[in-house]
Write a protein that binds this ligand. Sequence first.
Ligand SMILES: [Zn+2]
Length: 184
Amino acid sequence: MTDRKAAPDWRDHMISRHPTLFGGPSDYRSGRPETGDGWRDLLETAVERLAYAMQAAPNATLRIDQVKTKFGTLRFYASGTFAADPDARCAVELAIDLAEARSATTCESCGDEGRLYESIGGWLATACPLHADGTAVPLRPERAGLVIRRRYIDNKLELVSCRRYVRSTDSFVDVDPAEVGIEE
Ligand SMILES: [Zn+2]
């Protein structure tokens, strides 16, 4: 019998394509995605975007630390000196924000369009109707797909961006924070 855990899958192929982002073959386990196969495309796209961003900033470093599901959507954690380079930081944050926003509209099991469901046990998951377990979590329409970035600027937490994710184009559009009840 083969050990299924030992069989390389798309996660391992992604890691071997990008050894610098994942810390190399001997040291990559921490960044290995712990998410379902339905998010494969959005993760591969995110990693390609990160690789592209880092090509444009050859002196900066980026390490993917953790890729997991929390409260039914993707959490993508990275660290490195990229944050000190404004252009690299902007490109890295955009790649991560797009992936996390797409995860909120993508079934983690199969990759079809999905939404958030809560199981009877209180487990949250983004799923299509076929893979849904439990009931659809009501979302305020004006907040759907909203991604807000705040950052400390001169020791003050400032709103950097307020955007809505558009699944059909895999991109963001700017939203007026006041229109969706977000304080600047
Ligand atoms: Zn599904």
